[in-house]
Design a protein around this ligand. Structure first.
Ligand SMILES: Nc1ncnc2c1ncn2[C@@H]1O[C@H](COP(=O)(O)OP(=O)(O)OP(=O)(O)O)[C@@H](O)[C@H]1O
Ligand SMILES: [Mg+2]
Length: 322
């Protein structure tokens, strides 16, 4: 498809983890993921802690080189391209991180934080840059602008800091943003507002988004499609509404039922469906990696790994039930 902006092809990322003095074992953080994002689309990635979401996002930004597999941006293979040949990509692909405080320089003012990428990419003169900075601040609703330009990060609330992080990601007018749990460290009271803002800006500027979260409910609101990851693999992918309303994979069911709704009995349901802790990515079980925790497992599940296959238009699942 020619509208594909980012294409990840059979990505594997194995980290070496030291055990004892002389031995290392591979941690299969991402273990064979193929996924694309088209221009202007928001793809949500959900899954529990350690399933490989951040690793996949870092690979999509070429902040990490995968152990194997290919990364394409607008059809160009950028998997092994040198950093100095990657400047065009750096300008067009940006990140919003979980913790705005650790991802922005505490000794720079808001103005300097936003001007840095412009200087790095040689955009405009001083006056033009100030115009772009003002526009970015207005976009993230940090107004009146003059009040924020001279402030240091510690003078801002968590929500305001994340708005600065978003403004910085936007200022180069990127085509792609990977947002890794962008609101999980923000005060619960301002989370929704910041998510709405992200969504509004994503649509206004037609930016393709990779939106990473634990929470399938916000993913549904934010994304056009959702991919559910389990132990380094995508186990289900489909249109957001379709995936949530007509959920296929038992693990996706468990995630949906684990959404902390006001009704506390949901927590009990979560425990009933998910048996035990997730196995380690160093040692994924044979067969379907979810089978040891799956209430529906049957004969073939512990033998071969099920392939991700399309069972309805645009909706794929890796499960022997389908
Ligand atoms: N640099 C690294 N070296 C060794 N292991 C790593 C490294 N980075 C990640 N891992 C391991 O890879 C697995 C996937 O990590 P990753 O951070 O991608 O998960 P995640 O889905 O983002 O989790 P969380 O929801 O907690 O952020 C984990 O087991 C993690 O410990
Ligand atoms: Mg993470």
């Amino acid at each position: 498809m020619d509208r594909e902006l980012i294409k990840l092809e059979d990505i594997k990322m194995y980290f070496q983890s030291r055990v004892g003095l002389f031995k290392t074992i591979p941690i299969k953080a991402v273990d064979g993921v193929s996924v694309s994002i088209v221009k202007g689309e928001a793809l949500g990635i959900v899954g529990e802690s350690g399933c490989g979401k951040t690793t996949l996002a870092r690979i999509s930004l070429r902040l990490l080189k995968p152990t194997s597999g290919r990364i394409f941006f607008e059809g160009k293979d950028i998997t092994d391209v040198d950093e100095k040949e990657l400047k065009w990509f750096r300008r067009r692909a940006q990140a919003v991180f979980q913790d705005p405080y650790s991802s922005i320089n505490p000794f720079m003012t808001v103005r300097e934080i936003l001007e840095e990428p412009l200087i790095l990419h040689k955009v405009g003169d001083r006056t033009e840059r100030l115009e772009l900075i003002s526009k970015a601040l207005a976009d993230v609703k940090l107004t009146p602008i003059e009040e924020f330009l001279g402030k240091y990060p510690h003078m801002l609330s968590g929500g305001q800091r994340q708005r600065v992080g978003i403004a910085r990601a936007l200022i180069l007018k990127p085509d792609y943003i990977a947002a890794d749990e962008p609101v999980s460290m923000i005060d619960a009271s301002s989370r929704a507002e910041i998510l709405y803002l992200l969504k509004e800006l994503q649509e206004k500027y037609g930016i393709a988004f990779l939106y990473i979260t634990h929470d399938i409910a916000t993913a549904k609101h934010f994304s056009n499609r959702i991919a559910v990851m389990y132990l380094g693999k995508i186990v289900e992918i489909g249109g957001s509404r379709e995936l949530v309303n007509d959920t296929l994979h038992p693990y996706s069911h468990a995630l949906i039922e684990a959404v902390p709704e006001p009704d506390p009995s949901n927590r009990l349901r979560e425990r009933r469906v998910l048996v035990g802790e997730p196995p380690s990515p160093a040692n994924p079980p044979r067969g379907c990696r979810f089978h040891p925790r799956c209430p529906y497992r049957f004969e073939p599940c512990d033998k071969d790994e099920p392939e991700l296959k399309e069972v309805k238009k645009g909706h794929s699942v890796a499960c022997y039930l389908y």
